[in-house]
Design a protein around this ligand. Structure first.
Ligand code: R5P
Length: 268
């Protein structure tokens, strides 16, 4: 690995803990202004100190992120479809590697849609991006998208997606936690982070999923809605950090969350 790539990977995955907490705020690229992300700068401000990296599009980076204050950025470079359109899998490359370099980001991210009619295009998008980005020592993060089919979040399918992403050159893979998650981890030779998906039934579920994913081999999370739509977003990201970076139990993390919620109430 050359110096630039090593440096960017070390900015993303903390070399001391070997773990990472990424905050995903890229939902608007196909979902528009979803709840609590109507004004991204307001959502981001209190969370920024606790995110090892943020995942956004160039539009949000330019309009809503202070270039003087932000840390590592993972730039979403695939898109071109919306919730209103005919297909969520028809993603093209919407931002060039040159633009990513100009924006001084630490990684770029693209989705793959394995098993859909757009499998070939999204996989070749990934490999083309890897070819271009590696020239600049820029890591590519592949997102194993499930579109609307949340039931696809099972080990056999995700193990296939993650392995294919790694074989095509992704340096980090973002996937979902699932039963038999070890099978997904074992088959994937690059670091894995998990998305949270739509809001879970309880905030304790978020902590349990994080704990289970990390104890079964994920390097951390690249989570959005279950953090910024939580009752206490700061409490949630701090609790997740405790699990991911400090090996805290679910109970200890729940105490971090409860402590922050109490402080937030006291401040009102
Ligand atoms: C997925 O395709 C996008 O990167 C999402 O915006 C991201 O995965 C969302 O994270 P979460 O599912 O935790 O809200």
């Amino acid at each position: 690995m050359d110096w630039g790539m090593k440096n960017r990977m070390a900015r993303l995955i903390n070399p001391e803990t070997g773990h990472a907490v990424f905050l995903a705020l890229d939902h608007g690229y196909f979902q528009g202004p979803i709840k609590k992300l109507e004004e991204p700068q307001k959502t981001l401000k209190p969370l920024l100190p606790y995110a090892d990296a943020i995942m956004v599009t160039r539009g949000i980076l330019r309009t809503s992120v202070d270039a003087a204050k932000v840390g590592p950025v993972i730039l979403r470079v695939s898109g071109g479809m919306t919730l209103a359109g005919p297909s969520l899998s028809k993603e093209g490359i919407i931002t060039s590697v040159k633009e990513a370099v100009r924006l001084n980001v630490s990684a770029i991210a693209t989705s793959i849609h394995v098993g859909t009619e757009d499998e070939h295009d999204t996989l070749t998008n990934l490999s083309r991006l890897v070819d271009e980005a590696e020239e600049f020592g820029l890591p590519v993060l592949a997102v194993t998208s499930v579109g609307r089919e949340l039931e696809k979040r099972e080990a056999r399918y995700l193990a296939l997606c993650c392995r294919v992403a790694a074989e095509l050159g992704a340096r980090i893979v973002k996937t979902y936690y699932c039963e038999d998650f070890e099978k997904v981890v074992t088959g994937c030779p690059v670091p894995l982070v998990i998305a949270g998906g739509p809001r879970m039934e309880s905030e304790r579920d978020v902590l349990e999923v994080t704990y289970n994913a990390v104890s079964r081999g994920a390097v951390g999370v690249d989570m959005g809605r279950n953090i910024f739509q939580a009752e206490s977003p700061v409490g949630m990201i701090k609790a997740i950090r405790a699990i991911v970076h400090e090996g805290a139990s679910v109970k200890a993390a729940a105490e971090v969350l409860a402590g922050e919620s109490k402080r937030a109430v006291a401040r009102v």
